[in-house]
Design a protein around this ligand. Structure first.
Ligand SMILES: C[S@@+](CC[C@H](N)C(=O)[O-])C[C@H]1O[C@@H](n2cnc3c(N)ncnc32)[C@H](O)[C@@H]1O
Length: 289
């Protein structure tokens, strides 16, 4: 199942890709946004497509044209990828794709294919979650679950994880989900979300250094944008959105850019009905002077 791009119309309306321009999409995924942007850039335009996940890059190879540059790597390094070139348009659609969740076999999901190895990383360069659970102390694990998952039962879960580790290592997504569920009281969140949701989010953010990489990206953004260049970032939780908001506001305050929307753009009711994943998406757009 391929990933359905979120806020696609809103991205195009605000980033306004024009024929002949140079754009970068630093979270290619299944290419839903990139393909539409490429069409608007036309034959004279150019686009660099980045993803940390080698699968995403190799899947796009058959669609690659003369004016696309594919780059497997971390978006924190985009300045090096671009060498000295600057772009007219920039997009980052953070987190993971539906395909990674459902088909990558990397253990992202707490609800399906429970025998997947517990990696939860986008790239093989990062330490798998199964290793992280072995390496860290109970206190460190609790802090991660609390900080990146906002999970109030973080200590109980961390204790259960370490107890399990002493008996038998947690090597699969299914085992981790089972240990987390067992640690939590019945009627957790009145059944609104799976009890493992927050803990899985927390380990994914930690294992992929998601906030650190986003912060590096936000720091180099002004250096890779042309004057008049538009940058859009789609986030999926408040930790990410808070960082984007802070950096964008500062760039405006320093007179380096203007915010194209004071409030983040969110999905319409129709989009949320068709694609529930868009429910938590927030798009912020900035134009550099
Ligand atoms: C939400 S998906 C993008 C979906 C895409 N816009 C589409 O329409 O198909 C996010 C992508 O970002 C990639 N990613 C996550 N962290 C990354 C990082 N630090 N550097 C580069 N790519 C990253 C993931 O591998 C994933 O493919």
């Amino acid at each position: 199942m391929s990933h359905v791009p979120v806020l696609l119309k809103e991205v195009l309306e605000n980033l306004k890709p024009e024929a002949g321009e140079f754009f970068i999409d630093c979270t290619l995924g299944d290419g839903g946004h990139a393909e539409e942007i490429l069409e608007k850039l036309g034959k004279k335009g150019k686009m660099m497509l980045v993803d940390w996940d080698k699968e995403s890059i190799s899947r796009f190879k058959k669609k690659k044209t003369e004016n696309t540059i594919l780059k497997e790597g971390n978006y924190a390094d985009v300045k090096e990828f671009l060498k000295k070139e600057k772009v007219d348009g920039f997009l980052a659609d953070l987190g993971f794709s539906s395909r990674q969740l459902e088909e990558s076999g990397r253990g992202f999901s707490f609800s399906r294919n429970s025998e997947e190895p517990l990696l939860m990383t986008y790239s093989d360069s990062e330490e798998p979650v199964s290793q992280i659970l072995k390496r860290l102390t109970e206190k460190e694990i609790a802090d991660i679950i609390y900080k990146y998952g906002g999970e109030r039962y973080s200590r109980r879960i961390a204790r259960a994880i370490k107890e399990q580790e002493r008996k038998e290592k947690i090597e699969t997504n299914g085992k981790l989900a089972e240990v987390v569920r067992r640690a939590l009281p019945r009627g957790y969140e009145r059944g609104r979300i799976d009890p493992a949701t927050r803990t899985f989010q927390a380990f994914r953010i930690y294992a992929n250094k998601e906030l650190e990489n986003l912060e590096k990206l936000l720091q180099i953004l002004p250096e890779i944008m042309k004057s008049g260049g538009r940058a859009g970032i789609i986030t999926f939780h408040s930790l990410e959105d808070g960082l984007v908001k802070k950096y964008f506001k500062n760039y405006e305050k320093e007179g380096r850019a203007i915010l194209l929307n004071k409030k983040p753009i969110i999905a319409s009711r129709e989009e949320i009905e068709k694609n529930p994943r868009s429910r938590s998406a927030k798009l912020r757009i900035i134009k550099f002077n």
